[in-house]
Design a protein around this ligand. Structure first.
Ligand code: ADP
Length: 662
């Protein structure tokens, strides 16, 4: 917009200058054409004047020759006056012919038959000085001599301008007399100048000071008069022949040349106008185009989809802001870059290069898009969906590819999360099923366990009866049956607590001495330890306070952890030790804790396994259920404690959990 407002006045000035220049050029051309025509006219009239003078000179010379013929004719046959009369009839410019003696006295004279004798009014003597002058010249030059022209008034009030020609008559080298011919100047103009010269021009004799002596032809008056003057120098007298021509009212188109120039100028102006119109139309189209471009740019900039155009060689020719933001590169870092593109992960360059080569060979990618992985400037990889379309130019040729790129990393993350939660749900569902099964089992097992307990009690009663017969045997059997009864009762409690746990009933919390907890589970641990040759070490100070817990469930946790520890050492042939430790844990003012640890020197836990350890159904064992640790954590967390593990030194694992003190 700014550039347009700046260039507008400048363009106007340029246009104004152009129009001015064209007008100036046209004016100059017209002026030059007019001037050329004036010059032409002037030179034509100069030429005509020169022609007229030549005509007059020729006529005068011819007349002189006629007079000479008159002088030298044989007078014995035809008298002078007869020949002179014939001559006067032929030469209308002559008014009178005289034959004079050497002293200029008139011997004979004869007047033109075409007008009344011109000297009758004032007499011939009035012109004597001019005759004397002419004959003086003639005598000196022994040839024709002309006298000064004089005005001869006539009886009718008008007058004539006359001029005398004197030709000496030489006999035996001596001047015997003179022949004098009187010219009427106006008749000279009429008879000697070619009629074509006087048709539209005025021809006249003037004195050197411009006084007009005689004239012929009528010059029509116009605004422009052309004048040409030519000197007519005769022996004894000089005159000026003046020719007047005219040009009519000023013409707009004086001649064809000017008309042509004007026509061309008009054509030029029309072309200029058309050019201006074309320019204006072009400007309007330019404006529309600029607006459309700005609109498109705003659209592209507001897009969240990344746009990227590449030429047929795979060089990037265009990227929009969304694409730059996506990959973290600036547009100038991307444009002009070929293969590999800066946002390709280095490990994918080969694969992407092949894909690109395929595309350049003409294999269009599918319309529904291609999934790919790009790399941001900071090295972060992210998933994208690319939709490619061929770029076609105005003449229908393909100049490259335009790609719309969508960042689908967030979508992938959400999908991954939903997949994980789906798996968790499934696991929970399976866990719930297991819970249901456990509940059913506990219900079913209660009956046989009660029966075992009753039978044990019955057997004890019977044993008391036979105590007298063999007291030692009775004692041994009684102890064994008592144990059977206790274990059946314990099994019943375990089943009940599992049932309660599954049914989410409130567990019975009681203050239990840690040693008592260990004592309860120890017979079962030792049973398994013996089987696989493990030495069991218990580290439990006697003065420890009690813990507040669901006794049966915590015993189950201790049993599970010990069993896992022993299984981890099962294949180990070296020194196998299972250590059970109880100690006071770090406490604060509001809660005090006791820590139970189960340590082994077994295989230890691999990194990959460590993360999934507490996931239900995760197991590395063929016969394992993968529920033990998950259950243990649930139990400990229900008590507000924490179950964790860390590697044992030099080998093996330590599982430890905390319980609140009572
Ligand atoms: P299960 O014992 O049925 O496999 P658990 O949840 O008790 O299920 O244990 C899950 C997995 O944890 C075991 O399969 C085992 O790989 C690993 N594990 C548990 N305790 C230990 C230990 N003390 N040493 C090494 N691995 C162990």
């Amino acid at each position: 917009m700014i550039s347009r407002t700046v260039t507008q006045p400048r363009r106007r000035v340029l246009w104004g200058l152009l129009v001015l220049l064209v007008l100036a050029m046209l004016g100059t051309l017209v002026w030059l054409a007019g001037r050329y025509e004036v010059t032409q006219e002037q030179s034509r009239i100069e030429h005509d004047a020169a022609d007229a003078v030549t005509d007059i000179r020729t006529g005068l010379t011819r007349n002189v020759q006629s007079l000479q013929a008159l002088q030298y004719a044989d007078r014995s046959k035809v008298p002078w006056s007869q020949d002179a009369q014939v001559l006067l009839r032929e030469r209308r410019e002559w008014l009178r012919l005289e034959l004079r003696d050497a002293d200029l006295r008139v011997i004979k004279s004869i007047d033109t038959p075409f007008r009344a004798p011109v000297f009758s009014h004032f007499g011939r003597m009035a012109n004597q000085p001019e005759v004397v002058q002419a004959c003086g010249v003639a005598r000196r030059q022994s040839g024709p001599g002309y006298g000064a022209s004089t005005y001869l008034p006539q009886a009718d009030g008008l007058g004539l301008e006359i001029m005398d020609l004197c030709l000496p008559v030489i006999v035996d080298g001596e001047i015997a007399g003179y022949t004098v011919a009187t010219y009427a100047l106006s008749e000279i103009l009429i008879n000697m100048v070619g009629p074509q010269l006087t048709r539209s021009q005025e021809v006249s004799f003037t004195e050197s000071d411009g006084t007009r002596l005689a004239m012929h032809g009528q010059a029509r008056r116009g605004t422009r008069v052309f004048v040409a003057k030519q000197l007519l120098d005769l022996p004894g007298h000089n005159m000026v022949l003046r020719m007047d021509s005219w040009r009519g009212a000023p013409e707009l188109f004086p001649n064809v040349l000017t008309a042509l120039v004007m026509a061309m100028a008009l054509a030029l102006v029309i072309v200029l106008v058309m050019l201006a119109r074309d320019m204006r139309r072009r400007q309007r189209v330019e404006l529309d185009l600029a607006e459309a471009l700005a609109f498109r740019k705003a659209m592209e900039d507001s897009l969240v989809t990344g746009l990227r155009a590449r030429d047929n060689q795979g060089r990037i020719t265009y990227v929009n802001p969304a694409f730059c933001e996506m990959v973290g590169f600036e547009a100038k870092e991307l444009i002009g870059k070929g293969i590999p593109a800066p946002y390709w992960p280095p490990e994918m360059v080969d694969e992407y290069g092949q894909r690109q080569a395929l595309r350049l060979a003409g294999n269009a990618p599918p319309r529904e898009g291609v999934e790919s992985v790009f790399m941001r400037k900071n090295g972060e990889h992210f998933a994208v969906m690319i939709f490619e379309a061929p770029l076609i130019n105005v003449v229908g040729e393909q100049t490259g590819w335009m790609g719309a790129v969508l960042d689908i990393s967030e979508q992938r993350r959400v999908e991954e999360m939903s997949r994980a939660s789906q798996e968790r749900l499934q696991a929970t569902a399976r866990l719930a099923t297991v819970g249901e099964m456990a509940s059913l089992l506990s219900h079913e097992l209660n009956q046989p366990l009660a029966a075992i307990s009753s039978y044990a009690t019955g057997s004890m009663n019977l044993l008391q009866d036979m105590a007298g017969q063999d007291p030692d045997l009775a004692e041994t059997l009684s102890s064994a049956i008592q144990r059977i009864g206790q274990q059946a009762e314990r099994a019943g409690k375990v089943i009940k607590s599992v049932h309660d746990f599954v049914r989410r009933r409130d567990q019975a919390r009681e203050a239990v001495n840690p040693q008592a907890l260990l004592d309860d589970v120890m017979p079962l641990i030792i049973l398994q330890a013996r089987k696989i040759g493990v030495r069991v070490v218990v580290q439990c100070p006697s003065d420890l306070p009690s813990v507040l817990c669901d006794r049966t469930m915590v015993e189950q946790v201790l049993l599970n952890l010990s069993r896992n520890a022993m299984q981890a050492m099962a294949d180990d042939t070296s020194h196998k030790v299972l250590t059970l430790t109880v100690r006071l844990a770090a406490s604060n003012a509001t809660s005090r804790w006791m820590e139970f640890s189960v340590s082994d020197v077994g295989t230890g836990i691999a990194d990959g396994v460590s993360e999934k350890l507490f996931t239900p159904f995760f197991t590395t064992k063929e016969e394992g259920m993968g529920l033990g640790l998950s259950l243990c954590r649930t139990v400990v967390e229900q008590h507000g404690g924490f179950l964790g593990h860390h590697p044992n030194t030099p080998r093996g694992t330590v599982f430890s959990f905390t319980l609140p003190q009572s």
